[in-house]
Design a protein around this ligand. Structure first.
Ligand code: DHB
Length: 396
């Protein structure tokens, strides 16, 4: 016998977007069920970027989803762009009156999981979703098997796909449409976590003849760093000495504090936007709808912007039978998505070297970097995009 559960909103994916949407819906009196293939340990252990836009932090705090971000996170009032042996600071508050926060995504997830469980959220982990049926009907259904392998169905007024870049829900939305929009890049990031105090107070994004590097942090005792590598690099292939050599030569003129490397990974780059974000009563958000390359840390922040829009649209639809917001969702969301796509692509191409770069390309890139740091307009664009455009919650 297949267990059939009924709810108002079925959310596939217990990442930051799915969990925050369930949190905001609950505050508006709308019940939801959240399902995810992963276990709690897997969800909370996911290593991702660490930068939250001002608007993301404001929302997490105002909605009661996380207060730890203010106590355990760190406000960053700028970043350093490093090239030609020199650093150039971009001062966010002076340029745009906003800042960002260094608070890793897995900490956001820990806060959200704890908040949802404390509120009695129906959260089904270890459950595999096979497909979503009935997108064009009034009661779409999520079909899958639970942690014990038993089949289940969830019948809802609305289904949200927040199930990441390999989304299963996406098929129900984009089936029969054509034209995925994507771009691949000929490089990846080699990321490490190491036991050492910060090498720099603020993040350093470095363009060097040897390729890109990013010096980030996690805590007073743990640092996160990345350097550009070939996408096929085996993370285990490099010794610690080789890793430090690569990092050091990419930020010439700084001194890095070294320490034991206890985690390493290779992150592939992709820009992607799904051809449709909604069909009938199924919508996509976060990585299920779009992926950005990591430079500039827009991924999770963009997902949160989708959540704000969908929360407004679903509240109007489900409480007042007002369809205008959900009808406008894709169009409004896509405006920000394409701005973030551009910003992530721009930061990526400005800072990385491509394998086939000629001397012309390299000199042009330095010209581009100078156009940014030596102009208040250039610095302001970077600061505006990095700290995040205002979150829109009005759809109509
Ligand atoms: C981090 C990752 C990013 O992609 C970025 O742009 C800044 C920081 C990080 O993991 O700390």
């Amino acid at each position: 016998m297949t267990e059939v559960a009924r709810t108002r909103v079925a959310i596939v994916g217990a990442g930051p977007a799915g969990l925050l949407l369930s949190h905001l819906l609950a505050a508006s009196g709308i019940e939801s069920i959240v399902v995810d293939r992963r276990t709690r340990e897997e969800i909370e252990g996911t290593i991702r970027a660490g930068i939250l836009e001002q608007g993301t932090v404001d929302l997490l705090v105002a909605s009661g989803a996380s207060t730890r971000v203010l106590t355990d996170g760190r406000r960053h009032d700028g970043i350093e762009l490093w090239f030609a042996g020199e650093g150039h600071r971009i001062d966010f508050p002076a340029l745009v009156g906003r800042s960002v926060w260094l608070y890793p995504q897995h900490e956001v997830l820990r806060d959200l999981v704890a908040a949802r469980l404390a509120a009695g959220q129906d959260l089904r982990l270890g459950a595999t979703v096979e497909r979503v049926d009935g997108a064009d009907s009034a009661r779409p259904r999520v079909i899958g098997t639970d942690a014990d392998g038993a089949p289940f169905e969830i019948e809802a007024d609305f289904v949200v796909g927040a199930d990441g870049s390999r989304s299963v829900v996406r098929t129900a939305v984009t089936e029969g449409t054509r034209g995925d929009l994507f771009r691949e890049y000929p490089f990846a990031w080699f990321g490490i976590l190491c036991e050492a105090p910060p090498s720099s107070e603020e993040l350093i994004y470095s363009n060097s003849p040897d390729g890109f590097a990013l010096i980030s942090q996690r805590s007073p005792t743990v640092q996160r760093m990345y350097f550009q590598c070939d996408p096929d690099t085996d993370p285990e292939a490099l010794s610690e000495a080789q890793i430090w050599d690569e990092l050091r030569k990419r930020v010439p003129g700084t001194s890095l504090v070294e320490g034991p490397v206890f985690q390493r990974d290779v992150l592939r780059f992709r820009s992607f936007v799904a051809p449709e974000l909604r069909r009938g009563r199924v919508a996509l958000m976060g990585d299920a709808a779009h992926t950005v390359p990591p430079t500039g840390a827009k991924g999770m922040n963009l997902a949160i912007a989708d959540v704000v829009l969908l929360h407004t649209a679903l509240t109007a639809l489900l409480l007042e039978d007002d369809e205008r917001g959900i009808d406008a969702y894709a169009e409004v969301a896509l405006r920000r998505i394409w701005k973030a796509q551009h910003f992530s692509w721009w930061m990526t191409t400005m800072l990385h070297s491509t394998p086939d770069a000629a001397d012309f390309d390299r000199r042009r890139q330095l010209g581009e970097l100078r156009s940014v740091v030596e102009s208040e307009a250039g610095r302001t664009y970077l600061a505006e995009a990095y700290t995040g455009w205002p979150l829109e919650s009005r759809l109509v």
